[in-house]
Design a protein around this ligand. Structure first.
Ligand code: CA
Length: 334
């Protein structure tokens, strides 16, 4: 047999290079593809700013500047409003539920339809599980404390936060620490104990609020340039699909394993003050989440179509999770 053709891909990400957790997902994906293909498809991972800035990853993949990307779909909300369904819906599905919807409930097919006009194929790219509500430099007593509060909070949740009186700011991961330190923002949501600790947010935030109403099962994404994918032989296409699927689950497993130990460290070795969001604050966010979703669907046929699928799946899974997940957790921890 002749020499083996080696295909080389660039994968650009929205994360700082080398960031554990979120940034480990594309590295693990690249390693899986390289190993499974026997080196026939080699993927090199680039951090935010190395080839393109964080918020230009989607465009870079769309234009073929890079063959692949890793990030979160809600960063493209300005271009594709319905993309928010594929990261997180405030008070929406958990990671387990979202994975069910994507892979067995028609969610992924709709996602591919949404990105098709841009020549981009999406794959689920790792879930964080339920996130934390975030770091705040004021203590929240009631809903009036949200008034004028500047917070880094992306996606549909940003609209909800604005409607509740706050002011949502769009900032990439590499800049959240400095933005908190210099007072550009008063609050920040990033992920949860494991990844927030790696960014050092306990050094710039005083109160750590829970739960992550805004990102109950935040999903990351792999994006692949359609033409680059079409050029691959069928076995390499299957390897890309399989590696993305494996990495999607693996990321959730890692967050599940590491959040606990990181939370313990935050509480024992730093002066982090852990607090639940007051019921009054949660209520105003919940009512505004319903309104924000209605606004999103207005005049957007794809948002209506995806939302109908999402809501139907959630209605169904909610019924069973009431008597399984919730009933079991209550029984275990009585
Ligand atoms: Ca987040």
């Amino acid at each position: 047999s002749g020499p083996v053709d080696v295909i080389e891909w660039k994968l650009v990400t929205t994360w700082p290079k080398g960031l554990p957790g979120l940034g480990a997902a594309p590295e693990n994906f690249a390693r899986r593809v390289n190993e499974a293909s026997g080196g026939r498809l080699r993927i090199k991972v680039f951090g935010a700013g190395e080839i393109v800035p964080a918020f230009e990853v989607f465009d870079a993949v769309s234009r073929g500047v890079a063959e692949a990307g890793h990030g979160a779909s809600y960063y493209w909300k300005g271009k594709i409003p319905a993309s928010v369904f594929y990261t997180a819906v405030p008070f929406g599905m958990t990671a387990q539920e979202a994975n069910g919807w994507l892979h067995y409930g028609g969610g992924l097919e709709l996602w591919r339809e949404l990105y098709a006009p841009f020549g981009v194929i999406p794959f689920a790219g790792g879930s964080t599980g339920v996130q934390m509500a975030g770091w705040f430099n004021i203590r929240l007593n009631d809903r009036t404390d949200l008034d004028g509060l500047k917070m880094r909070i992306p996606g549909l949740a940003g609209e909800v936060f604005d409607a509740a009186g706050g002011s949502a700011v769009r900032i990439a991961g590499g800049e959240v620490y400095t933005s908190m330190q210099t007072g550009v923002i008063d609050a920040v949501e990033w992920v949860g104990p494991y990844n927030d600790r790696t960014l050092g947010l306990m050094e710039v935030g005083e109160y750590y609020y829970y739960p992550g109403w805004h990102e109950p099962g935040a999903m990351l994404e792999f994006t692949v340039n359609q033409a680059a994918f079409d050029r691959l032989p069928a076995d390499l296409q299957a390897i890309v699909e399989g590696a993305a699927r494996a990495t999607n689950q693996d990321t959730l497993d890692e967050f599940t394993a590491r959040n606990n130990e990181s939370l313990t460290t935050l509480l024992e070795e730093h002066s982090t003050k852990l607090r639940p969001l007051p019921a009054d604050v949660m209520n105003v966010l919940h009512s505004n989440a319903v309104i924000a979703l209605e606004e999103l669907k207005k005049d957007d046929p794809m948002a209506q179509k995806i939302s109908a699928s999402y809501e139907a799946f959630l209605d169904g899974v909610r019924t069973y999770h009431e008597i399984s997940e919730r009933a079991y957790l209550n029984a275990r921890d009585r």
